[in-house]
Design a protein around this ligand. Structure first.
Ligand code: G1P
Ligand code: ZN
Length: 543
């Protein structure tokens, strides 16, 4: 088989975000577009010749074809072996697991995460390094630089690309090994959690619903929950991955996981409900008529970590993204372990985990994870919860009520204004930046501003700096408002407002969240002029 060198010209795109390159399928369908990006990835790497590359994606429209192309290019560029999930499938956390377990050089994950899929929707591609985590900025900057100057790419046209069964075949000198996408991941979960205790929980009549949202976690959840753990058939719903996710928006939140939320807030609700996103790294956890905020979920996992065999020795520390509530900080303080506040995006956790500084980490955006892989992991979080529920034999609500009584409750909500005019959104943020020094000391009703800044982070491991990561406004009573613009949207701008209030009095722990935060929400509008700039009366999504 001959290596073809194909001439191309650069696409002058904007820089890919922290989650790789995400674009409409139509953009990816332009001739040479995907190839330019893939060749730019390879051009920015050194020393991969003869080594292993992991490839897999979330099954969205275009996944299989892109997988074929990347395999052909990996062969032409001198990789020794490709490990690819059957039919080109691998959840993001499973890809991370496979990279680590097989000591691959790196991996290419095809996903636009929770964004809708289909011919008119989104596609995405990102590169993960040998530790299993997203490429650091040094590499993504290099990839971007190559996309601006690329003149050719290499490819071997394969006569056949049989990815529908587990086996090995060769393209040129390179071996393609097609693997079961679930096996390595399921084995890791079995090492971390007490499968016997969870099996016993299901045997005792415990009822659960898992909504795979027609996305990649369907096969993982069906195998692990129904086959290994004995949950009744039908525990997993929407479990068959579809290229357009059944025309849904595969984001596990109260707005988009409609079917699950309706059941969990009904009179006959199961004991436990959970959902995961397009590529399987996010999770939402619910009790019977009860929602667990992702910030609280991280805190509960940290407080109860030693109940799971994989964490029985205790955790080294926790990390949370800046907009995530400080609930985990209280637990870390009680445990006497470190707590790190990082910018939004999973890549900041990798260095801390590689250095052994943290074991658990999480984001308010339904991302929770640990050092078992270097991505957030939806099903892992669900299994962790099941392990805790199996040991404590209490309801989700009872566990949270006790947690708040002990550590205090961080009332928390995020308001998203999606698809707003980008110029207006940028204007809102830059006006806030202009006000930062004058805000401290100002009073709004009974709330007085204690500090205001634009969050900066210096990585404690490699010293790299990240600036302008979000406007934080802190009040004297510990409440907080945060504003930032999304870095992952593909249409217009998305403004995110995060609101948090800390309440220690357990008599006041049963308020409705939006009511408990109403004052702060209106102060946020007074300070930033959200309605005026976005032209919206209400957010698109409230979490
Ligand atoms: C969003 C979330 C962030 C997460 C990222 C990737 O980014 O807010 O926590 O890491 O998706 O899943 P954003 O759109 O806010 O930039
Ligand atoms: Zn995702």
């Amino acid at each position: 088989m001959t290596i073809k060198t194909i001439a191309t010209t650069p696409f002058h795109d904007q820089k890919p975000g922290t989650s790789g390159l995400r674009k409409k399928v139509k953009v990816f369908q332009q001739p040479h577009y995907l190839e330019n990006f893939v060749q730019s990835i390879f051009n920015s790497l050194e020393g991969y010749e003869g080594k292993t590359l992991v490839i897999g994606g979330d099954g969205r429209y275009g996944n299989l074809e892109a997988t074929h192309t990347i395999i052909e290019m990996a062969a032409a560029n001198g990789f020794g072996r490709v490990l690819v999930g059957c039919d080109g499938l691998l959840s993001t956390p499973a890809a991370s697991c496979v990279i680590r377990k097989h000591e691959a050089f790196g991996g290419i994950v095809l996903s636009a995460s929770h964004n809708p899929g289909g011919p008119d929707e989104d596609f995405g591609i990102k590169y993960n390094i040998g530790n299993g985590g997203p490429a650091p900025e040094k590499i993504t900057d290099a990839i971007f630089a190559h996309t601006q100057t690329i003149t050719e790419y290499k490819k071997i046209d394969a006569a056949e690309m049989p990815l529908d069964k587990e086996h090995d075949f060769k393209i040129g000198e390179m071996v393609v090994t097609v693997i079961d996408p679930v096996a390595d991941y399921a084995e890791l979960m079995r090492e971390l959690f007490d499968f016997d205790a969870i099996r016993e929980l299901f045997r005792s009549g415990f009822r659960m619903r898992f909504d795979a949202m027609h996305a990649i976690t369907g096969p993982y959840a069906t195998t692990i929950l129904e086959e290994y753990l004995g949950a009744p058939d039908g525990t997993v719903i929407n479990g068959i991955p579809l290229t357009d996710f059944g025309k849904g928006h595969p984001d596990p939140n109260l707005t988009y996981a409609r079917e699950l939320v309706a059941e969990m807030f009904s009179p006959d609700a199961p004991d436990f409900g959970a959902a995961s996103d397009g590529d399987g790294d996010r999770n939402m956890v619910l009790g019977n008529n009860f929602f667990v905020t992702p910030s609280d979920s991280l805190a509960v996992l940290a407080a109860n970590a030693t109940l799971a065999p994989g964490y029985a020795q205790g955790i080294a520390g926790v990390a949370r993204s800046m907009p995530t509530s400080a609930a985990a900080d209280r637990v870390a303080e009680a445990l006497g372990i470190n707590c790190y506040e990082t910018p939004t995006g999973w890549k900041f956790f990798g260095n801390l985990m590689d250095a052994g500084k943290v074991t658990l980490c999480g984001e308010e955006s339904f991302g929770t994870g640990s050092d078992h892989v270097r991505e957030k992991d939806g099903l892992w979080a669900v299994l962790f919860w099941l392990n805790i529920l199996a040991v404590r034999k209490q309801s989700v609500e009872a566990i949270l009520t006790e947690h708040w009584a002990r550590y205090g409750r961080n009332y928390y909500s995020r308001h998203d204004y999606e698809g707003v005019d980008a110029t207006a959104a940028n204007e809102l943020i830059s006006r806030l930046r202009g006000k930062l020094t004058s805000l401290p000391g100002q009073s709004f009703g009974h709330q007085k501003i204690a500090f205001a800044d634009d969050f900066s982070y210096i990585d404690p491991i490699d010293g790299s700096e990240s600036h302008k990561q979000g406007i934080r406004i802190g009040f004297e009573d510990g409440s907080r408002i945060v504003f930032r613009l999304s870095g992952t949207g593909t249409e217009g701008a998305t403004l995110r407002l995060y609101v948090e209030r800390y309440e220690t009095d357990s008599d006041k722990h049963q308020q409705a969240t939006q009511a408990a935060l109403a004052d702060l929400i209106s102060i946020a509008d007074d300070i930033a002029g959200i309605r005026q700039f976005t032209g919206r009366d209400a957010p698109t999504v409230i979490t």
